[in-house]
Design a binder for this molecule. Structure first.
Ligand code: ATP
Length: 137
C-alpha cells in the first residue's frame, strides 16, 4: 500500500467541489488517512512548490495557492500516487486532461486546475511530512 498527498486548491474550494472530489477518491477505493481545511502561508507554499522556484509562473502560483483555504489530505491504497494522478487528469485541463477526470470535467486553466497530487512516492513522503508533520508513518 502507498500514501500520497491530495490538495484541493483554492479554486476547487471556492467553487464548492470539495464533496465531489472527496467522493471520487472514495469511489475509487482509496482511503482517507488525514483531512484538513487549511490556510496556506507563503512559507508553506514556497516549500511545497520549491521545484518550480525558477519558473516564470512561480510568483503567480504562490499568489493563487495562498488566495484562500485549501483542503489537504493524505490518502492511502494500492498504487495511490498513480491512482490519484489518474483521477486528477493531466496538468492542463483542456489540452491534457480528458473528460471523466477532475481537471477534465471541471477545469479550463492550467494554473487554476483544482487539485494537486504528488508525482512519485518520494515526492509524496516529502510533501506529507511538510503538510502533516505530526502524522504517523
Ligand atoms: P500538481 O503538482 O499541482 O499536481 P502537476 O504535477 O500536474 O500539478 P506541475 O508541472 O508540477 O503540474 O505544476 C504545478 C502546478 O503549477 C500546476 O498544477 C499548475 O497549478 C501550475 N502550473 C504549471 N504549469 C503552469 C503554467 N505554464 N502556467 C501557470 N501555472 C502553471
Amino acid at each position: 500500500t502507498e500514501r500520497t498527498l491530495v490538495l484541493i486548491k483554492p479554486d476547487g474550494v471556492r467553487r464548492g467541489l470539495i464533496g465531489d472530489i472527496i467522493k471520487r477518491i472514495e469511489d475509487k477505493g482509496l482511503s482517507l488517512v488525514a483531512l484538513e481545511l487549511k490556510t496556506v502561508t507563503t512559507e508553506l507554499a514556497e516549500g511545497h512548490y520549491a521545484e518550480h522556484a525558477d519558473k516564470p509562473f512561480f510568483g503567480s502560483l504562490l499568489e493563487f495557492i495562498t488566495s484562500g483555504p485549501v483542503v489537504a489530505a493524505v490518502i492511502e491504497g494500492p498504487r495511490a500516487v498513480a491512482a490519484w494522478r489518474q483521477l486528477a487528469g493531466g496538468t492542463d485541463p483542456v489540452a491534457k486532461a480528458v473528460p471523466g477526470t477532475i481537471r477534465g470535467d471541471y477545469g479550463l486553466e492550467t494554473q487554476e486546475n483544482l487539485v494537486h497530487g504528488s508525482d512519485s512516492p518520494e515526492s509524496a513522503a516529502r510533501e506529507i511530512a511538510l503538510w502533516f508533520p505530526g502524522l504517523d508513518r
